[in-house]
Design a protein around this ligand. Structure first.
Ligand code: LLP
Length: 404
């Protein structure tokens, strides 16, 4: 995405052309950015040849999954729905891992039937349930056990997952206990040690701590794990102040870890592959001037993009037509939903804007559409993919008739 003669372009298409043709709010993806992200990720970790399982919760669009699959990437899923979507996109079961603290019997049955690579379990009860189902079906099921390493990932509090106060995984003691219990199970084979400490992590140091904890527990367990699943969490630059996550350093410390342990690494990246591939186009409905500030009322709202309302996260906003006329009032970019948190951004100044004009909200490819809802009975946005000059609708706009 770039400006040419002050006009915003997505690859080779003028953004104005997109919004005029398809309306707003619209999620717009750049296919070539996605391809570059995947290539860059694969290149960075080439020396440790990991299995990369895209975290479908970050974006579950089937056409997007199909594109990702072309790179040999698998899927990390957290529900039967995501598993079905990954399979429909053509991702092979042997490249699918199933995570989550509360998998229901029906979901586990489905995973067992489909013979996916691993079910990453998070409690003793869950493993007993898998064993019961496996016995019924006379199958051997491969599982991972998720460790809670009690590490502060130094990220947003609301998306941290690796501390003892979080609901995820098992403490070291419980982990070793369970491993002992199921070591000789006829139906459940523990193949993987899995971990995921949080999301939007921008420094490699929490990962270093995590690897040290894994080191110790593997030694203590004296168990041979075929896989170590390191989860996802690598952050992106939502603003210029944020550090760029250093893949090279992460690769280096994993390489060292692999010298001590002969295992295959699994990654579950979501955000790092998809977040910066998309913008959300939206139109200004009204502008309301008060004595305190200017409210720019957009036709996108918290139901379309939840992150700012839910986590206070930052997404920059860019005009489709750049001008030099600066307006030095506080601008609050808000949606029409009846909640004060339905606000995307507050800035001290912005270029002069007019009603009916369009703007783009940046870096919304991850946890954008997948977190959207029908709150206020608003239909979900359309999704479009740009490939050079081509525009392809990858999900139609939801029709009101289908939700009321
Ligand atoms: N693996 C597991 C087990 C996870 O729980 C997650 C994300 C991932 C992989 C992918 O993490 P990523 O590479 O995308 O950071 N909705 C929040 C993020 C929630 C992340 C939940 N787990 C947000 O919009 O920031």
């Amino acid at each position: 995405m770039y400006f040419k003669k002050n006009k915003l372009f997505v690859e080779k298409v003028d953004a104005l052309k997109i919004v005029r043709k398809y309306g707003t709010p619209t999620y717009c993806y750049s296919l070539n950015r996605l391809r570059n992200n995947i290539r860059n990720f694969q290149r960075s970790f080439k020396s440790i040849s990991p299995l990369i399982c895209f975290s479908v919760k970050s974006n579950n669009n089937r056409q997007i999954l199909k594109e990702i699959k072309k790179f040999g990437v698998g899927a990390d899923v957290v529900s039967k729905g995501e598993m079905m979507q990954a399979l429909k996109a053509g991702i092979l079961p042997k490249k699918i891992v199933f995570s989550g603290v509360g998998k229901k019997t029906e979901e586990l049955k489905f995973a067992i039937e489909k013979k996916i690579l691993l079910i990453n379990t998070e409690s003793e009860s869950e493993i007993f349930e898998i064993e019961r189902l496996a016995k019924l079906k006379k199958k051997i099921v491969n599982i991972g056990i998720r460790l809670n390493p009690n590490i502060d990932a130094k990220t947003l509090k609301k998306i941290s997952t690796g501390k003892h106060e979080d609901k995820f995984g098992l403490t070291e003691k419980a982990f070793l206990n369970i491993l002992n219990k199921f070591e000789n199970s006829k139906y459940v084979k523990v193949k993987c040690l899995s971990v995921h400490i949080g999301s939007q992590i921008t420094d490699y140091k929490p990962y270093l701590k995590m690897l040290n904890v894994l080191d110790l527990i593997i030694k203590k367990s004296k168990y041979f794990f075929e896989y170590v699943d390191l989860g996802g969490g690598m952050g992106i630059q939502y603003d210029k102040k944020t550090k760029v996550f250093n893949y090279k350093k992460y690769n280096k410390i994993i390489k060292k870890f692999l010298k001590r342990h002969n295992v295959k690494i699994i990654f579950e990246p979501g955000r790092s592959l998809i977040a910066n591939t998309a913008v959300l186009f939206t139109q200004i409905i009204y502008i309301k001037n008060t004595n305190k500030k200017k409210f720019i009322i957009l036709d996108a709202a918290m139901n379309d993009l939840m992150r700012p309302a839910l986590y206070g996260s930052y997404h920059s906003i860019i005009p489709l037509l750049k001008t030099n006329k600066k307006n030095k009032r506080i601008h609050d970019f808000v949606g029409p939903v009846c909640e004060t948190t339905d606000k995307f951004l507050s800035v001290k100044s912005f270029q002069d804007l007019k009603e009916k004009e369009f703007v783009a909200i940046s870096d919304v490819g991850a946890y954008g559409m997948s977190l959207s809802s029908n709150y206020n009975l608003r239909p979900k946005p359309l999704e479009i993919m740009i490939n050079n000059k081509l525009m392809k609708v990858v999900l139609k706009r939801q029709k009101l008739i289908n939700i009321i």
